[in-house]
Design a protein around this ligand. Sequence first.
Ligand code: SF4
Length: 342
Amino acid sequence: MARDSETAVLEVENLSVELGIGGRWVRALNNVSLSIRAGEALGLVGESGSGKSLTALAVAGLLPDNARVVGGSIRLKGEAVLGRSEAELNRLRGRALAIIFQNPTTYLNPLLTVGAQIAEVFEVSPELLASEGGGRLGKRERRERGWRLVVEHLRLVHIADPERVARQYPFELSGGMQQRVIIAMALIRRPSLVIADEITTALDVTVQAQILSLLAELRASIGMTLLLITHDMGIVAQLADRVAVMYSGSVVEASDVASLFAEARHPYARALLEAVPKIDGNETLLRAIPGGIPAITNPPPGCRFHPRCPRAFGPCAHSVPAAVALGDRHTVACHLYRDGPA
Ligand code: SF4
């Protein structure tokens, strides 16, 4: 079988990040490890404050100014992300990565038509306007090819009447249409990895379902590799092949989606699944997880989940559990499994 390093689009190994808060450095990510193979979708799931968005920002080389990496590595298509200059990062991102964020209104320029802002991609990727044979085109031919690409990509994300929409301004479009435009913009360079950060959170339920089914279809049609950041296990079940559950800056369980849904091992992963509304006969069962994620400025010692964990025992309050391999690409960080599968 091929090793991950031979096939992975993204490899994050033991990534640790600190944030400067209140005049001191506090640990926000602890030894985070992830890998995504070409064509795979990995759901990175956890409550707010678990570190999933910070992990995504680190992968994109977009950590905030008050963050510093204190350990580990990130490789995108085999190339190191950490330690690069801003110009090198821009080039790497342009070739390999696209990010779709939660609120499309924030990322669309209200003063430009949809077509004009999708066409801005051609300024950073002029090769998209080269002839089929790779040669340089004249000005008029470049404009025509650009327009064709814009319309093709609006059609790819199922926007009806793409020629008309390309001439419209963002305020003339619904939230769902704006998110489709952002997805079209993200895909035009055919990035090796697409990061989707809570992209349906701001949308109503019907539109959310449409965007999720669009992403599922794009995965199949263009082989999109996806890092899906979400707090919603239902979205993971619908879209992802693999899942990594984060809690307070650490990955506590990672496996394929079917195994996690069949039998989550980590008590926090189990609690997250129990918090998903289920229809059982005429009843809706919903169990909230008691307590909240600890503040990173004052985390509990040992396993950070122990104050909320129904299975906590002797070592949990003082010893940090290491990740244990339970099977092929299945790991869990919990003292219950320190001697292997229980
Ligand atoms: Fe619960 Fe202990 Fe496992 Fe942490 S290490 S999840 S406290 S059993």
